[in-house]
Design a protein around this ligand. Structure first.
Ligand SMILES: [Zn+2]
Length: 483
């Protein structure tokens, strides 16, 4: 089970073109995306810094980005993503701008760092990413700065650095001298640009704080769906991993990504990033606009936060797209059995199937289809572990055969739409991992896939006027991008 709340999504963007596959990505799986370049995480088992595991410019880091191993049907794509990540690690962690040396320093032999054929007096640039200010000393000594310089320099830096939950990029200008590297300048910055610049002074080293310096940059990407998946289509347009799921979620009430999206369909996303002075994206971008155009329909949505209200997606007229219930309450959903009469897979005779079955691997998150109150969350014979939710509309949804309940899910607990209430399993009378999902209207089971959902609320009055202003602002920014 995930340790963070999962956003509602009715499909796995990496898998939707391979419905025959029974191995949708595990919910925690993430490929390395270009601007989520892995930090120089020296060793996943410790948060402290281990100079031995830094990568060299051309090498492969021993721990590397956390790209999952290639799986059937998408090995190429994941492989490519992983390569990008590796390249960024190499470039970001270690490079020299002058001189031929790109070899990493050996922390145990500082003096051996400079290759014999490098001009002895030339300044060299060393870049390293570390976890925290406490790692600066080790970084300095690892590039050959002698202890009697590294100690005071690191001390000066640490004294001026505020601890932040972000890695530090160190740019160290050093000059080879006999027995090591003299420190000419140390620039230590967090992602947002805040940090220190340390220079030698008569009294040792002086540190000067630098302020955060972030700019907001709007980007607009537009592309066509390829023949493989929405994920690969989006990555091809440099839509980052962190924006791909929100993009799909925004449109999940309007499109069935499993069945309604085809190669050649056109998508567009406008988003804003915060960028530091080195041009690097800081934090996670924010989607402003999403659109999708298929042969059958098109939809364009704007993100808007009404004054005093919660932010959400609205169409161009200020109508929210959120419906009372999600269309499919499980990620990576593949319908394995529809609503209606069928031959029962266990009992063998014709029987009314009162719900829809979604096949997915054990452990795949199951979401509350709408806001409501949990009436039951318990094990019961044929149902296995099951949850029943009474929704605000009076409708009920029922989820059977779970392997486990979501965090805090119990009778009487209020849940919101998209909150994880459990995980796919095969408890009770079941032939394999799946969710049996029922929707009851007036206490009668109905086909959840055919019930027309109530339309979203429309903005009105001053909120609508504010929305129009934001919509127009976003449209101007989009046009500026697309030329
Ligand atoms: Zn069923």
């Amino acid at each position: 089970m995930g340790d963070e709340p999962k956003e509602p999504t009715s499909f796995n963007p990496r898998e939707w073109k391979t419905p025959a596959s029974t191995s949708p990505g595990a919910p925690t799986e993430r490929a390395a995306a270009p601007d989520e370049a892995p930090r120089a995480t020296p060793d996943p088992t410790t948060t402290s810094f281990n100079p031995k595991s830094w990568s060299s410019g051309g090498g492969t880091p021993p721990t590397g980005p956390t790209a999952p191993p290639p799986k059937k049907g998408r090995g190429m794509m994941i492989g490519a993503a992983a390569l990008v990540g590796v390249a960024v690690v190499g470039g970001g962690v270690w490079f020299a701008t002058r001189g031929p040396s790109t070899a990493p320093a050996s922390p145990t032999s500082p003096g051996a760092e400079s290759p014999a054929d490098a001009p002895v007096s030339e300044e060299q640039r060393r870049a390293l990413v570390v976890r925290q200010p406490g790692d600066i000393l080790g970084a300095l000594t690892s590039v050959g700065v002698p202890q009697d310089e590294a100690g005071p320099a690191a001390g000066a830096a640490v004294a001026k650095l505020v601890k932040k939950d972000s890695d530090l990029t160190l740019i160290m200008m050093v000059k080879p001298v006999s027995g090591g590297n003299h420190l000419v300048n140390l620039d230590a910055r967090y992602e947002d640009g805040a940090g220190v610049v340390v220079t030698p002074s008569s009294s040792g080293f002086t540190a000067e704080a630098t302020a955060a310096n972030l700019k907001t940059v709007i980007k607009d990407v537009r592309g066509e769906m390829d023949a493989y998946s929405f994920y690969s289509s989006a990555v091809a347009q440099h839509l980052t991993d962190s924006l791909i799921s929100p993009f799909a979620q925004a449109l999940t009430f309007d499109f069935d990504f499993q069945r309604e999206i085809h190669a050649g369909d056109v998508f567009e996303a406008a988003f804003e990033n915060r960028v530091n002075s080195r041009g690097e994206t800081v934090g996670v971008g924010r989607l402003l606009y999403v659109s999708l155009e298929t042969k059958e329909k098109s939809r364009a949505l704007y993100w808007f936060q009404p004054p005093g209200g919660e932010g959400g997606w609205f169409d161009g007229n200020g109508r929210s797209t959120v419906r009372s219930l999600m269309r499919t309450p499980v990620e990576g959903a593949r319908i394995s059995s529809t609503f209606g009469m069928r031959e029962h897979p266990v009992l063998g005779f014709m029987k009314m199937h009162k719900g829809v079955d979604f096949a997915a691997p054990t452990g795949t998150p199951i979401y509350a289809a709408g806001d409501g109150v949990v009436q039951n969350a318990e094990f019961k014979d044929l149902n296995g572990n099951y949850v029943k939710i009474l929704h605000d509309s009076g409708w009920k949804t029922i989820y059977l055969h779970m392997s486990a309940f979501g965090p805090g899910i119990a009778g009487g607990v209020r849940v919101r739409q998209g909150q994880q209430i459990g995980a796919i399993g095969t408890t009770g009378r079941s032939t394999g991992p799946h969710l049996h999902y029922e929707l009851h209207v007036n206490d009668e089971p109905v086909d959840p896939m055919s019930v027309p959902m109530e339309n979203g609320k429309a903005l009105a009055g001053p909120a609508l006027q504010a929305f129009f202003k934001e919509r127009d602002r976003i449209d101007v920014l989009r046009r500026a991008q697309t030329g």
